[in-house]
Design a protein around this ligand. Structure first.
Ligand code: 16G
Length: 240
């Protein structure tokens, strides 16, 4: 029987380092020295350097001259993860809540139907909530879920807590990807009252269409955040 030849030593070294980076070393931890890697894998230091150059180009490690090679930060930081309001607030050390909760089944209409890939006359569950952080109004949320995927109504307690947790526990619906647009806007008097903010004060409108693993659109949402209480933090990278 023909077997594949063993990978070249430089490839073995590369695989070993990638495993170390993925499983063992924390961001900013130092990698073994070039000399010890060269000895361990019986390769020249030039070979080690080439493998490290490649990892550096991929953004997996960074080097500090005279000090050594270190593990880079992971590319996706918490702040750009696809989170729910509840997770977002908890990660900031705040207690999430909801006020003025209502839900009703209504026809999707043209825009929501288009976003959710259903006909305008199909029903959606429209959930409206004022979301709070440590009891302070932060965000006014309108969420539209296809009634075909969410056949039962949510109880008042469920609507006050995390809707994403209910969707996952009850229907196995889990957001995998979302398309999101952030716009600057001002609060009209009704929205300002709900958010306990002055009329026409600045706000962010974040519009989300969320998809599950199968690519089905499972939510369209408009979240209106008070501009004085909320900041949107992104960590962005330039390709190496
Ligand atoms: C976030 C989502 C909103 C979703 C909600 C669920 C944005 C812009 N919007 O507010 O679409 O309905 O989380 O939060 O991120 P929950 O699980 O705490 O109810």
């Amino acid at each position: 029987m023909k077997t594949d030849p063993p990978p070249a030593k430089s490839e073995q070294l590369r695989r070993h380092l990638v495993e170390l980076l993925l499983d063992e070393l924390a961001p900013h931890a130092q990698l073994p020295t070039e000399r010890s890697l060269a000895e361990e894998f019986s390769v020249s230091r030039l070979t080690v350097r080439r493998v490290l150059d490649q990892l550096e180009r991929e953004g997996r490690v960074y080097r500090i001259q005279g000090s050594g090679t270190f593990v880079s930060e992971p590319r996706i930081r918490k702040s750009v993860e696809l989170t729910s309001f509840s997770e977002d607030m908890r990660s900031r050390g705040l207690r999430p809540g909801s006020l003025e909760v209502s839900s009703e089944r209504v026809p999707a209409g043209a825009d929501t139907g288009y976003a959710l890939q259903i006909s305008p006359s199909s029903l959606v569950l429209h959930i409206r909530r004022v979301r709070t952080a440590d009891d302070e109004p932060m965000c006014l949320e309108h969420s539209y879920l296809p009634a075909g995927l969410v056949p039962d109504d949510l109880s008042p307690e469920e609507l006050h807590g995390s809707v994403y947790e209910v969707l996952s526990a009850r229907y196995g619906l889990v957001l995998h990807r979302a398309e999101q647009t952030i716009k600057a806007t001002v609060l009209d008097p009704d929205d300002a009252r709900a958010l306990d903010a002055p009329p026409f004060s600045p706000a962010f409108l974040v519009q989300r269409i969320g998809f599950d693993h199968r690519g089905r659109a499972i939510e369209r949402a408009d979240s209106l955040y008070r501009g004085d209480r909320y900041s949107y933090q992104l960590t962005i990278y330039r390709d190496p």
